[in-house]
Design a protein. Structure first.
Lengths: 514, 549
């Protein structure tokens, strides 16, 4: 007789909330009346994500393994779940913006209609909106929240698929430049499928080496036979799969294309939430399952971190499209985050650990990058968003407030003090130096300097260049985008000037159960 | 009275002022200027009162306040000043109203917002005060980096034709240096947590830990590179002529007058006391850079055709003297170097302002575009002459005292470097006098000749100016076309209000520098004890100064 595993529903509440809301969204999509559906869907999605945020905040301090050992509800899981749910709610608000695009939505009215066909042109001007994106986002958010709590490689793989599949879909839903968007979706899907296969193969090898998919059991087995070739190979493949999701170079090839092609609100969602989820899984895998055999992965992660920082910073220099530029910036930041990951062990006894620092970095970076993409949705010309760098010349004169907000985000991404970006960078670098990885930090600092150049270039264009003739207009954002911008600006400033409380929370949450 | 948070208020007041100026409605430009002037004068008053509250013979750090800021990093919002920092705060207090006044008619390219200019200026003041007043290394770093942003916008939005290039170059050079320093700051923290059991950024605690010599050298280099870029010493200097030339005059005065002093201040406040062994070991290397800077920059200054670049190069030479004084490790030379930091802010500041006044009249930065100005604008010529003479350290001007102290203080320990540096004085006389002679004397020539009235750049206050009636007559009388005539109005009332206090300070500090020396000397002596140098020569510093009169 099969005994049902005990499940603590309270500990799963955030997940249940988000996934439940997504299911409700599907039902609304199927049976709800078309008029007013958009409003209902936004409300359902917001209730789901905010409910997830609130319930995970209520779980703070929880430390348990539940669902038959498949899920770990501990400090990092809860902190990252709250981060994902919060960022997810902000993304939903961006999706819901209806006053910027003349067609009232950033998403295509009927995704299945071939791009450029007469029907497509007809729909282009209609005000029909499509609302599948909300339940899809709900599933993606739910998958991400499951991802960071997975205490079992199989659950981790399921979560990976749950979060990825909706993302592949919503990347292809752009209302304008549809072919580019669809191309992005296909690329993302193909490469993502490869990465999933890597992960799955690694899972199989690790299972072969240790006889278990449970992280705690792998840890125990690795402690005994840490240099087992099968295990090391399995670990490497798992890491590749996860690094792909986190858009770490050299597994980053999809990032610029997908970031550029996907609808900007979706890009914002991916840049913020996917990064958090992927790093949550990386931290858990490396720290819980392979924490005792760190010398098998340290050199690997060390090298990847350097490659990612250098590739992100250097290739970012040559970009002329803002979305691509932010994509390379996200690759560079993934490298900085890995610096924090390498600080894990060194800081175990000292005041600040790499884990807390990395989690703080994820929160700070997620909010800032979300805000930066939100600004991109405001600047438009006849063909949609004007993301080419040259179109932004003299923007400060046309709209000083927009330029100031963008400049703040760019300074934060560059890591200038008194912004959240600096606090976060300082935290991870300190953890890394504490762990003896100072050469890595020197590389990181040089990469920061290089990356600063392309952030600065945008500020130079916005403030110091003459405006272009017939340049883009700056749309007046509706309530949803205004809320997003207000929240992200506030967070970027507050986490830079008075980060004490949040750092403290991250620090106290930085203990895994396993 | 000593309980009043002088330093905090000197940071907060201009920051609030900046916000207020930025929040003014678009059409209240006059109010924005008046507000900026009022705030900067208030900060001057605060600086003076803080000096009164400071006891020169008391503790090393006074007027201290400390609040836990980011407990997880062990960072405190800790402020406090020693004599060195205090005189720098005074310098900021004096320069700021002068700069605000001098920028009154800043005609910015493309009708940039006047409010933005003064708001950035005030924000810069707030951050500069913070840099000198911080006694927590992390806090210092935060101010050090944050200071770049207002200056970046001042250069980039309000500068000359190549302002984009100059602004980015300025930012990137400083940022690279800052990031290298960040690595050293974190390293210092890690070392301190190994030594003390708990990491700290507090300057006083860090000063007392013993660091392994090898690590010390690395950390020293981390700090040194940042400060050498900021100061700038010679191989790291190429950003300054560009920034100095393209920045608006007010920005340029603050750039060389105060911002760059953060570099030399960093040497004496952080490099020496925190890394005494490394400082001693690497001093010859620094001195080579310093002396090379004195000679090389002086030669380059002579070759400049752009007046603002010329003044920027003279500054690089002066920074060489300051670095020489600091790394000679005697109290006398150190005191001279700190005094030099103040004096250079005043004399080079005035030199920039005078050149700016000339450029405002002619609209060109080229030396060759001017000639014979002295016959038309004698007061302007006089101001330029005083500034120039102070810059070449003529006895009776403020710079003489400090340069003399540096040289006699350095000679006992570093005779060769000192003798080489002395050559720089001769070169200084050359570049200053060539500038003065070419622009002010000789036959009238250049852009000021017989040109249509450049009404936008001209100073309209001239007509009401006290000593400017001759110039007004020249302007109003229609010039006969056959005889080329110079149309240079002399200084107006506002410009006089800019120049007179600076000239007065140059002369006053030339004859009576004791109040400043009294503030500086104990702090320098304490630093020399930290670095383990023989603190001899404490006494002669003041007596020799009297002999200099």
């Amino acid at each position: 007789m099969v005994q049902a595993p005990e499940i603590s529903l309270a500990a799963l509440a955030p997940l249940l909330f988000v996934l439940g809301a997504a299911c409700v969204g599907v039902l609304v999509e199927a049976f709800g009346p078309p008029e007013g559906r958009h409003r209902v869907q936004v409300a359902v999605a917001l209730v789901g994500t905010l409910g997830g945020l609130v319930t995970s905040l209520l779980l703070a301090g929880e430390r348990q393994v539940t669902a038959g050992g498949a899920l770990a509800v501990d400090g990092p899981a809860v902190f990252l779940q709250a981060t994902i749910a919060g960022l997810g709610a902000l993304s939903v608000l961006l999706f819901a913006e209806r006053s910027l695009d003349p067609a009232r939505s950033a998403f295509v009215a009927a995704a299945a209609v071939p791009a450029g066909s007469p029907r497509d042109r007809e729909l282009m001007t209609s005000s029909r909106v499509q609302t599948e994106v909300y339940p899809l986002t709900g599933f993606a958010v739910g998958g991400m929240m499951l991802f960071v709590a997975a205490n079992d490689l199989l659950v981790m793989f399921v979560a990976l698929e749950v979060l990825s599949l909706p993302l592949y879909l919503i990347s292809g839903l752009a209302r304008r430049r549809r072919l580019l968007s669809q191309e992005a979706a296909v690329k993302y899907f193909l490469l993502g499928a490869f990465a999933s296969a890597f992960f799955l193969y690694g899972l199989a090898l690790v299972y072969g080496a240790t006889g278990s998919v449970r992280l705690a059991d792998i840890r125990a087995a690795a402690a005994v036979g840490g240099t087992d070739l099968l295990l090391v190979l399995g670990l490497a493949l798992l890491v590749v799969g996860l690094m792909f999701k986190a858009s770490v170079a050299p597994f980053h090839a999809w990032t610029p294309d997908v970031y550029q092609g996907a609808p900007t609100p979706v890009t914002a969602f991916m840049a913020a939430c996917t990064k958090v989820a992927a790093f949550g899984a990386i931290l858990r895998l490396l720290y819980v399952a392979f924490g005792t055999s760190e010398w098998t992965w340290r050199p690997l992660v060390y090298g990847i971190a350097i490659v990612s920082m250098v590739v992100g910073a250097v290739l970012g220099l040559t970009q002329t499209d803002l979305k691509r530029m932010l994509a390379y910036s996200s690759i560079a930041h993934a490298g900085f985050l890995l610096t924090g990951v390498l600080g894990l062990n060194g800081g175990a006894d000292a005041a600040g650990s790499g884990l807390g620092a990395t989690m703080f970095y994820l929160l700070a970076y997620g909010l800032t990058t979300l805000g930066a993409f939100a600004v991109l949705t405001l600047v438009r010309d006849g063909a949609g968003e004007a993301t080419h760098l040259s179109r932004w010349a003299g923007l400060a004169r046309r709209s000083p407030l927009t330029a100031a907000v963008m400049a703040l985000f760019l300074l934060a991404l560059a890591g200038i003090p008194l912004t959240s970006g600096f606090t976060a960078k300082f935290a991870v670098f300190r953890a890394a130096i504490d762990a003896g990885a100072w050469p890595l930090v020197v590389v990181a600092l040089l990469a920061s300097a290089v990356a600063a150049f392309f952030y600065l270039r945008v500020i130079v264009l916005m403030y110091f260049a003459e405006p272009v003739v017939d340049g883009p207009t700056v749309g007046v954002p509706g309530l949803p985008t205004t809320i997003v911008l207000a929240v992200t600006v506030t967070a970027t400033v507050v986490l830079g000037i008075a980060p004490g409380a949040v750092l403290d929370v991250a620090e106290r949450a930085a203990i895994f159960v396993g | 009275m000593t309980d009043f948070p002088w330093l905090l208020s000197m940071i907060v007041v201009p920051a609030i002022g900046a916000a207020a100026v930025a929040a003014l409605p678009r059409d209240r430009e006059a109010l924005a200027k008046q507000l900026a002037l009022g705030v900067s004068l208030l900060v001057l008053v605060l600086a003076v009162l803080a000096t009164v509250a400071f006891d020169a013979g008391g503790d090393r750090f006074q007027l201290t306040t400390s609040v836990a800021w980011i407990p997880d990093f062990g960072v405190d919002f800790a402020l406090g000043v020693d004599g060195i920092a205090l005189v720098m705060l005074l310098l900021i207090g004096v320069l700021m109203p002068v700069v605000v006044l001098a920028s009154w008619r800043e005609t910015a390219p493309g009708r940039r917002s006047v409010r933005a200019f003064f708001a950035w200026l005030l924000l810069l003041e707030s951050l500069m005060v913070g840099v000198f007043a911080a006694t927590d290394v992390f806090l210092f770093y935060v101010f050090f980096e944050a200071m770049l942003v207002p200056m970046y916008f001042l250069i980039g939005s309000f500068g000359g034709p190549r302002r984009q290039y100059a602004a980015v170059k300025f930012f990137l050079y400083s940022l690279v240096g800052g990031l290298v320093m960040l690595a050293a700051v974190i390293g210092l923290y890690v070392v301190s947590s190994g030594e003390l059991g708990e990491g700290t950024f507090a300057f006083d605690a860090l000063r007392q830990i013993d660091i392994d010599p090898g690590v010390q050298k690395l950390l020293f280099l981390g700090f040194f590179v940042a400060f050498a870029i900021k100061a700038p010493l010679v191989p790291f200097h190429t950003w300054l002529p560009d920034s100095g030339a393209e920045a608006p005059i007010g920005g340029a005065v603050l750039l060389v007058g105060v911002l760059d002093k953060v570099g030399t201040f960093g040497f004496i406040r952080y490099c020496l006391p925190l890394f005494p062994d490394a400082s001693r070991d690497l001093a010859p290397f620094v001195l080579v850079l310093a002396v090379a800077g004195i000679l090389y920059a002086a030669l380059l200054a002579m070759g400049q055709s752009d007046m603002k670049r010329l003044v920027s190069y003279t500054s690089i030479a002066h920074f060489g003297f300051i670095a020489l004084g600091i790394f000679a490790f005697t109290t006398e030379a150190g005191t001279g170097a700190v005094l030099y930091m103040v004096n250079h802010g005043i004399s080079t500041g005035l030199l920039f302002l005078a050149v700016g006044m000339l450029i405002a009249r002619g609209g060109s930065r080229q030396v060759s575009d001017y000639g014979g100005v002295a016959s038309q604008a004698p007061v302007l010529a006089g101001v330029l002459l005083v500034a120039g003479l102070a810059s070449l350290a003529l006895p009776g001007t403020n710079s003489f005292v400090s340069e003399f102290l540096v040289l006699i203080g350095s000679f006992p320990t570093r005779p060769v470097f000192t003798v080489l540096a002395t050559v720089g004085i001769i070169l200084a006389a050359l570049y200053v006098l060539i500038l003065y002679q070419r622009t002010m004397h000789g036959p009238p020539r250049g852009v000021l000749l017989d040109e249509p009235e450049p009404s936008e750049t001209l100073e309209p206050a001239v007509s009401g100016g006290g000593g400017a009636s001759a110039a007004t007559a020249t302007v109003t009388a229609p010039a006969p076309p056959a005889v080329p005539r110079l149309r240079v109005p002399d200084l107006g009332r506002r410009e006089l209000a800019v120049a007179v206090p600076m000239v007065a300070l140059i002369i006053a500090l030339g004859f009576y520098p004791q109040p400043l020396v009294r503030l500086i000397e104990p702090a320098v002596a304490a630093t020399m004890v930290d670095v383990g140098a023989d603190p001899a020569g404490v006494q002669p510093a003041t007596t020799d100064v009297e002999g200099a009169d």
